[in-house]
Ligand binder design. Structure first.
Ligand SMILES: NC(=O)C1=CN([C@@H]2O[C@H](COP(=O)(O)OP(=O)(O)OC[C@H]3O[C@@H](n4cnc5c(N)ncnc54)[C@H](OP(=O)(O)O)[C@@H]3O)[C@@H](O)[C@H]2O)C=CC1
Ligand SMILES: O=C(CO)COP(=O)(O)O
Ligand SMILES: [Zn+2]
Length: 359
């Protein structure tokens, strides 16, 4: 009985709790960059800021971000040429004592900012210059390591500032790669379900539903994704944001990364620097959808409509290397069970690659 006489029910204790981190401020739109000083004010950013940017993206947006942030705080720049455990350690040394990190660039730059921010226990702001990957707001960072790649826990951005003017002006190849990264969620989910059925891996219906819906929005609007159209940049950025949120809900990249991603990571080993991450995942997704018995042709049609590649040849990778990557995929993150871990012979791998060229 409570002090005021109300009878309290005894409910069974649910021994479960989850901590999800999501962005606090999300600003998407034309000239969104100009809002940065206001965003810093809102987040009470002062003191020192370290801006991560790339060699090219420094000119595209990094320099402007530097002068805008200097209005409210001390700011320095760290140029990220590639992402590796060594570069991350170096960046952490430079970033020691910094109050806030800002990542201005593509996926490698944003992942570096995200992981340094996590390791230094300071917040970071994500300023994507291209809609090329769904890590713009996720709480994971992908880091290439010897013989593969790891997905590390990281800080999601405290704020996402996506300037659709800058993103629409980027090469269309980058936007198409972002669409392909999201479309590949279809097969990532199928792989997750497979692992649930075969290995008892826990799944999250909510994360799956969000991830699938995101892939659907891009596939259904594939014919509306046009080069250098700000409206298209809007659609894709929103999809990348939702896909990132799905990862944060799941607490892993599972809703957005299955066998097609392991294939992409394997290609990064076998044929580095050829295809973009999203492009490789899109091609991988056609193959794994075929293996799942799903509608692989419709994935291929959507990718073609958007202008994303659907064959290794289009990204300068020979078919033999692509077939090798299908086999190597199983040794990358072996704990992440997918359809590619069920045993693919060399002969079958070659047939699967040949299928990509069929009418
Ligand atoms: N954490 C996560 O959840 C996820 C992480 N990823 C990771 O992200 C990376 C892939 O990202 P992606 O962006 O494709 O690759 P990169 O970061 O390698 O960027 C590709 C290229 O695009 C350039 N670029 C970016 N913006 C512009 C622009 N506006 N105009 C002209 N060039 C531009 C970059 O320039 P510059 O040389 O200046 O950098 C770079 O040369 C991978 O490492 C992948 O693992 C992918 C998905 C999810
Ligand atoms: O790229 C991702 C989602 O699109 C996640 O990356 P990982 O494959 O490294 O987990
Ligand atoms: Zn991806």
């Amino acid at each position: 009985m409570s002090p005021d006489g109300i009878k309290l029910l005894k409910t069974p204790v649910l021994d479960k709790s989850k901590w999800m981190q999501l962005p606090r401020d999300v600003i998407i739109g034309h000239d969104a960059l100009m809002q940065l000083p206001k965003v810093c004010e809102d987040l009470q950013v002062s003191g020192s800021v370290l801006i991560f940017s790339g060699k090219g993206t420094m000119n595209v947006a990094g320099s402007r971000v530097l002068s805008l942030v200097k209005e409210v705080a001390d700011a320095e720049v760290f140029i990220v040429d590639k992402i590796s455990p060594e570069i991350i350690s170096e960046a952490e040394e430079v970033g020691a004592g910094v109050d806030v990190f800002i990542g201005v660039g593509g996926g490698r730059v944003i992942d570096t900012a995200k992981i340094v921010s996590y390791n230094c226990c300071r917040p970071f702001i994500s300023v994507p210059t291209a809609a090329s990957h769904d890590g713009i707001a996720s709480s994971r960072a992908s880091v290439p390591v010897k013989g593969g790649s790891v997905s590390l826990e990281a800080n999601p951005p405290i704020a996402l500032v996506a300037d659709t003017g800058i993103i629409a002006a980027a090469p269309h190849r980058l936007l198409a790669a972002g669409c392909a990264d999201v479309i590949s969620n279809y097969t990532a989910i199928l792989d997750w379900e497979l692992s649930h059925r075969l290995r008892g891996e826990p799944i999250s219906d909510y994360a799956m539903a969000l991830s699938r819906m995101t892939a659907e929005i891009i596939s259904k609007n594939a014919d509306l994704i046009k080069p250098h159209a700000e409206e298209s940049a809007w659609t894709v950025i929103k999809a990348l944001l939702s896909s990132g949120v799905a990862m944060s809900i799941a607490g892993s990249s599972r809703p957005a990364s299955g066998g097609e991603h392991k294939f992409s990571h394997a290609l990064d080993q076998i044929a580095p620097g050829k295809g973009l991450h999203g492009e490789q995942c899109g091609i991988g997704s056609i193959i794994t959808m075929y293996l799942h018995g799903g509608d692989w042709r419709s994935i291929r049609t959507s990718l073609k409509q958007i202008g994303a590649p659907t064959t290794p040849k289009e990204i300068g990778i020979d078919d033999k290397s692509a077939a090798q990557a299908l086999i190597l995929a199983r040794s990358i993150r072996p704990e992440r069970f997918t359809i590619l871990d069920m045993g693919i012979t060399e002969e079958v791998a070659e047939q699967l690659i040949a299928m990509l060229y069929e009418d």
